[in-house]
Ligand binder design. Sequence first.
Ligand code: 5RP
Length: 241
Amino acid sequence: MSQDDLKKRVAQAAKEYVIQKMPKGQYLGIGTGSTANWFIDLLAPHRDHFAGVISSSLASTERLLKLGFHVVDANQLPDAIAKQSHPMPIYVDGADEINPQGHMIKGGGGALTREKIIASMAQEFVCICDESKLVQQLGHFPLPVEIIPMAQTAVNKALALLGGQAQLRLIKSGKAEGQPYLTDNKGWIVDIHGLSIQDPIALEAAINQIPGVISVGLFAKRKADVLLLGKKETVESLRFS
Ligand code: 5RP
């Protein structure tokens, strides 16, 4: 069974989880990446179950619209819903790494800031991963940080003091190859290599304090509530307290 098969399998389990847990007529948050894409595709026949979906990237929005979902801007929710502390019961998204406490590294696909915003609006974060993403300690996957472009030198210096080597993310192919990768928010991304993250909550807070940082792809303060983990034999479900 390939990694992609595992992603599809876990996306199928997430679809069943969401349909079963959410009554008709509510708003669902949807993430970004190849696992989230499987989730979107498998959920498409059930799109009318939801009042609308809120998407964490332009790429996911495009896919959702093609499949006929009602995509709602995070600022355009009906007043009665918007004023609730958590306008969405559930946000479903993948991760690049997740530890046994539910802390995650995200942003491999560059959507970390919007993912963080939508995750903050949801009651429950359901993380969907294949089993390769579960690690004892976060940091092997380079930690993405979205920054204001003019702050790159200053941010890199501050990140070096935290013990990592920051590398500007560049476009890998096409006409713009070698140019800085541009996020949906027109930010740049630096990926921090060589971190061994002992205290994800403290590191997230420290990086958030650096002037010029838009957001960091550590999801520790707002971690996953549920992990659906795609394994060869089964999909394991873990709940973090
Ligand atoms: C995008 C993300 C993705 O959730 C993460 O990169 C995992 O992607 P995939 O499902 O393709 O392995 O954080 O910004």
